[in-house]
Design a binder for this molecule. Structure first.
Ligand code: F6P
Length: 356
C-alpha cells in the first residue's frame, strides 16, 4: 500500500526550501507512488490538523516550475511557540493526518524539538538540515548557506565601490548566531579588510592598527569591516538583548563597533554602518543550494523507503550521507575552527580576523 508522507519547514526560512519540497514530492510520487502532504507552519499545522496534498502538477505554473528559484517556503514556518505544552495535541495531529512518516526541514533548534515530539509520539521522522548559519553538526553544508554567502558577497562588492568613492570605512553586520561561517566566507569572497567572528575575539587596538595601515601605507583609502552578529571582544563583550519571550537575541554589534572605533574619531574618518539583516535570508536560491536541496530531498525519501528513521541527511565529502539525529542534537553547533584553512587564508590575504 502507498505511504502518506508529511513534510514541514520549521524555524527561520532560507533559500532552497522550496526545492527540497519539490524534490520530495517528485521522488515520492514518481518513484514510489506515495502521497505527500504539505503541513503549513510546522508544528502549528499538526496542532490544527491542517495539510494539503502536494502534487507535481499543482506545483507547476503553466509547465514552468516556480519552486526552482523561489526563496522562502510555500509551507510557511514558525520559530516560536510552546511545543512542550502542546505536545499531546501536536502528536494527535500526526495521527489524525494518518501519516506514515514525517520529513522535517529545520535548523538545530527545530530539529531538537521535532525529534522530541517524534520520540514521544512514535513518529517515523527524517530530518533535513537548513540554515544560513551553517552551524548544524555532522553536515558540512546546510541548505540556504551558499545563497546567503553570495548575497553578503554581493552586498560587500556594492559597498566597496561606494566606500572607495568617499574614502569611507564601511561596517557591515551579518547574521550567523554563534557561528562565523557566513561572515568569514563572504568576507573573503567580498574583499573585506577586517572580519570579526564569534569564534575569535577581536581587539579595538588591532582594528585601529589595521585601519591606520590602510590609511597610511596603502593605495586603498577605504576599508570594509564585516562583523558577525555574535562577535566578541577579547574581554568577552557581545551585543544582545532579551526579547519579550525571555530569549536572548544578538543585536547591535555593528552599532557598537561603529561607535567604539577611536581611530576613526581621532582621524575624523567617515564611517557608515550597514546591517544586512533579513536580506540574507531571502532571494533566489543559488545553483548549489538547489542541487543540494534536490539531493537531500531525494535521500530523505529513500530513508523513509528503507525505514531508516530518526536520522538526518547530511553533506560529507561530496556525498549525501545519513546521521543518527541523536548525535546531531547532542553535539554543539559546528563553529569556525581558529586553525581552519579559511582562517589561515584570510590572514594570508592580510585580513584582520581577530587575535591569533
Ligand atoms: O538562524 C538563522 C538566523 O537568521 C540567524 O542568523 C539570526 O540570528 C536569526 O535567525 C534571526 O531570527 P529571526 O528571524 O527570528 O529574527
Amino acid at each position: 500500500m502507498g505511504k502518506r508522507i508529511g513534510i514541514l519547514t520549521s524555524g527561520g526560512d532560507c533559500p532552497g526550501l522550496n526545492m527540497v519540497i519539490r524534490t520530495v514530492v517528485s521522488h515520492a510520487t514518481l518513484t514510489y507512488d506515495w502521497e505527500v502532504l504539505g503541513i503549513p507552519y510546522a508544528t502549528q499545522g499538526l496542532l490544527e490538523q491542517k495539510a494539503t496534498t502536494l502534487s507535481l502538477h499543482g506545483l507547476d505554473l503553466h509547465g514552468i516550475d516556480p519552486l526552482l528559484n523561489m526563496g522562502g517556503t510555500i509551507l510557511g514556518s514558525i520559530n516560536k511557540g510552546d511545543t512542550r505544552a502542546q505536545a499531546k495535541d501536536i502528536i494527535a495531529g500526526y495521527e489524525a493526518l494518518e501519516l506514515d512518516a514525517l520529513i522535517g526541514i529545520g535548523g538545530d533548534g527545530s530539529l531538537a524539538i521535532l525529534r522530541e515530539l517524534a520520540s514521544q509520539g512514535n513518529w517515523n521522522f527524517v530530518a533535513i538540515p537548513k540554515t544560513i548559519d551553517n552551524d548544524i553538526a555532522f553536515t558540512e553544508r546546510s541548505i540556504g548557506f551558499d545563497t546567503a554567502v553570495n548575497t553578503v558577497t554581493d552586498a560587500l562588492n556594492r559597498l566597496a565601490c561606494t566606500a572607495a568613492s568617499h574614502d569611507r570605512v564601511m561596517v557591515v553586520e551579518v547574521m550567523g548566531r554563534t557561528a562565523g561561517h557566513l561572515a568569514l566566507q563572504a568576507g573573503i569572497a567580498g574583499g573585506a579588510d577586517i572580519i570579526l567572528i564569534p569564534e575569535i575575539p577581536y581587539s579595538f587596538t588591532k582594528i585601529c592598527q589595521k585601519l591606520r595601515e590602510l590609511r597610511d601605507h596603502s593605495i586603498r583609502k577605504f576599508a570594509v569591516i564585516v562583523v558577525a552578529e555574535g562577535a566578541k571582544t577579547t574581554t568577552g563583550e557581545i551585543s544582545c538583548y532579551t526579547d519579550s519571550l525571555g530569549e536572548v537575541r544578538l543585536r547591535g554589534i555593528g552599532q557598537y563597533i561603529t561607535e567604539q572605533l577611536p581611530f576613526c574619531r581621532e582621524k575624523q574618518l567617515d564611517i557608515r554602518l550597514t546591517i544586512l539583516g533579513h536580506v540574507q535570508r531571502g532571494g533566489i536560491p543559488s545553483a548549489w543550494d538547489r542541487i543540494m536541496a534536490a539531493a537531500f530531498g531525494k535521500a530523505a525519501i529513500d530513508l523513509v523507503a528503507q525505514e531508516q528513521f530518526d536520522h538526518m541527511v547530511a553533506w560529507r565529502n561530496g556525498e549525501v550521507v545519513s546521521v543518527p539525529l541523536e548525535l546531531v542534537i547532542d553535539q554543539s553547533p559546528s563553529l569556525v575552527s581558529p586553525q581552519s584553512c579559511l582562517i589561515q587564508t584570510a590572514r594570508s590575504l592580510g585580513i584582520y580576523v581577530g587575535e591569533s
